[in-house]
Ligand binder design. Structure first.
Ligand code: ATP
Ligand code: MG
Length: 230
């Protein structure tokens, strides 16, 4: 089982939107998914609870109990655990990063959000775990040209050497309306939003696959290094 933590210390950046969409993307591709909702607001539980179709399982928990939730998910033979964290909860975010194989930081393209990201970046770097940064709620690019706010934000992120995801999520009402019924934008007719989530899922899944390949290579090295039995 793999664990993905969706984090940001700043509120309202889109953690729950991204966490539920990644969970739904994995579910729609046949994976057995659990979402650990660490936010006392329980937004992810509410969103996925509104879903009529089959969907990811959800448990509400706390940062301190996250490891138990992870063990439970392993016991239930889940393929993937996605952790949705609360804003401002530094300790919970730390726990989530430590327990996760990969973290997704969500940031809006505003200077305040980018400045707020410094702390999260520092935390993830200190913990030495792999992560990516996803810009969310960006204005739609007109004729391929990014709005000045987005350009500025991207320059700020480059300056901070933030590892950026290859897709930017745009501000689209469908992200809100789809989740009201526990659905992914991939299940709506909005092809632009669907493409964004498909690309984000494929990128994250690719990063997890790289981790698996790395672990397998390390395991082979260990076997090769073992002294031959007499
Ligand atoms: N790409 C988007 N397009 C349009 N609306 C969005 C998008 N992403 C998030 N939103 C909206 O912005 C608001 C905040 O998003 P969300 O709840 O996902 O953020 P959050 O980081 O989980 O917030 P909190 O810190 O309160 O947990 C919600 O109303 C959500 O529907
Ligand atoms: Mg949230």
């Amino acid at each position: 089982m793999r664990t993905i933590a969706v984090i940001a210390l700043k509120g309202g950046s889109g953690k729950t939107t991204v966490a539920t969409h990644l969970a739904l993307a994995a579910h729609l591709r046949g994976l057995d998914v659990m979402v650990a909702d660490v936010d006392p607001q329980h937004s992810a539980s509410d969103a996925l609870g509104a879903r009529e179709e089959s969907g990811p399982a959800v448990v509400t928990t706390t940062g301190a109990k996250l490891m138990s939730a992870q063990f439970a998910a392993v016991g239930l033979k889940k393929d993937l655990l996605i952790v949705d964290t609360a804003a401002g909860a530094v300790e919970d975010v730390g726990e989530a990063i430590v327990l996760a194989d990969f973290s997704v930081m969500v940031v809006r393209p505003t200077l305040m959000d980018i400045a707020g990201l410094v702390r999260t970046l520092t935390l993830a770097r200190k913990l030495g775990k792999p992560f990516t940064v996803v810009v969310n709620q960006a204005p739609v690019a007109r004729e391929g040209l990014e709005a000045p706010v987005v350009k500025r934000a991207l320059r700020g992120l480059e300056f901070m050497q933030a590892p950026l995801a290859p897709v930017i999520l745009r501000g689209r009402t469908v992200y809100q309306t789809a989740l009201e019924r526990g659905r992914s934008v991939e299940e709506t007719s909005d092809r632009s939003a669907a493409r964004e989530i498909t690309e984000l899922w494929e990128f994250v899944a690719g990063e997890l696959a790289k981790l698996t390949a790395l672990e397998e290579a390390e395991a082979v090295e260990l076997v090769d290094e073992e002294p031959a039995q007499e």
